[in-house]
Design a protein around this ligand. Structure first.
Ligand SMILES: Nc1ncnc2c1ncn2[C@@H]1O[C@H](COP(=O)(O)OP(=O)(O)OP(=O)(O)O)[C@@H](O)[C@H]1O
Length: 315
């Protein structure tokens, strides 16, 4: 879907990105993470030509991105940023409908899509569609920014700290919503964050950058289980690495299918970290597991958290 081949970028003779090669497959949720100044935003913005690369090639669906007009690339790639960038003199509806309008969608279809997106992002369409950005809280503006990026069903979504300014509860809700939207739509996402826990929760693949180079790339679990070097181990937080490994796995990966246990059940898609928290909070060593409809599926034992995953225990 997106392929970087030996890409380089200099700012005034200083190399910000050095020989970066990376392939983001269709449907992947790729999270770029690294210290401040490591080149995350530059890498992201090179994809939609907000920043032009100096060396190497970047391909979008097999075609060099320089063959596309920048406007065409930006219409096909949703883009959401922390500072939001909503048009201040346009209503919420006009902001969200900007790209569909450019694409010539009929007015009724745009209206329906705006309603659908506002509902998806838990903003009441009746209350919000005619408001101007200055009449929204920061978190509401961020949600409208995400809705705008999703509006025309882009095949690629580029996101630069889109949940950065949100309180933890709203951030948690939006992260869950993002995962749901991405799983349902198969959109390819490239997201920049500073937050390692956000990366572990969202990514199918984490790419760790340092000084404009990729230091490690892999699934959250693989990176946490085997950091490539001391820099990565420090970055993952040495003392929290075990807890983060638990956060990277689902209860469904470890549960004992069909076994009965008593108590308030745990959802099958909860993380093992959430399970650990419940074991401790309830002072128990086994918990029942249910699916999204509440149907009992089995149980999980405290000891299962340190058992290697078995191949036949998928939900
Ligand atoms: N327009 C520019 N002119 C000169 N230097 C730049 C420019 N844009 C970025 N840089 C430099 O390039 C490096 C990479 O910047 P970039 O914004 O990609 O990093 P980042 O990893 O996204 O950082 P942060 O996490 O702080 O947002 C930084 O050292 C930055 O100062």
């Amino acid at each position: 879907m997106i392929r970087f081949e030996h890409v380089g970028k200099d700012y005034a003779g200083w190399t910000a990105i050095e020989d970066l090669s990376l392939t983001v497959e269709k449907g992947e949720f790729c999270v770029l993470i690294g210290p401040s100044g490591s080149g995350k935003t530059t890498t992201l913005k090179m994809i939609n030509r907000l920043i032009e690369h100096d060396r190497g090639r970047i391909l979008f669906e097999g075609t060099e991105i320089r063959s596309f007009a920048p406007e065409e690339l930006r219409r096909r790639m949703g883009y959401a940023i922390q500072s939001i960038g909503l048009f201040p003199h346009w209503t919420v509806e006009e902001n969200i409908g900007a790209v569909p309008k450019l694409l010539g969608w009929p007015r009724g279809r745009i209206r329906d899509r705006v309603t659908e997106l506002l509902e998806m992002l838990t903003l009441d369409p009746v209350r919000y569609r005619a408001r101007y950005p200055r009449h929204l809280s920061g978190g509401e503006q961020q949600r409208v920014g995400v809705a705008r990026a999703l509006a025309a069903n882009p095949s690629v979504l580029l996101m630069d700290e889109p949940f950065g300014a949100l309180d933890p509860v709203t951030r948690d809700t939006l992260q869950a919503e993002m995962l749901r939207i991405q799983a349902a739509s198969g959109t390819t996402v490239v997201l920049v964050t500073h937050d390692i826990d956000e990366a572990i929760r969202l990514a199918s693949r984490i790419v760790i950058l340092d000084h404009g180079r990729i230091v490690q790339s892999g699934s959250p679990r693989d990176i946490l289980a085997a950091p490539a070097n001391d820099f990565v181990a420090d970055f993952l937080g040495r003392s929290d690495r075990g807890l983060r490994l638990l956060a990277a796995e689902r209860v469904g990966d470890r549960m004992r299918r069909g076994e009965v246990a008593t108590g308030e059940p745990l959802p099958v898609d909860a993380s093992l970290r959430e399970a650990l928290s419940l074991f401790v909070a309830r002072n128990v060593d086994r918990l029942p597991v249910r699916d999204g409809d509440g149907t009992p599926l089995g149980s999980i034992h405290l000891a299962d958290l340190v058992r290697p995953p078995s191949s036949d225990a998928k939900p």
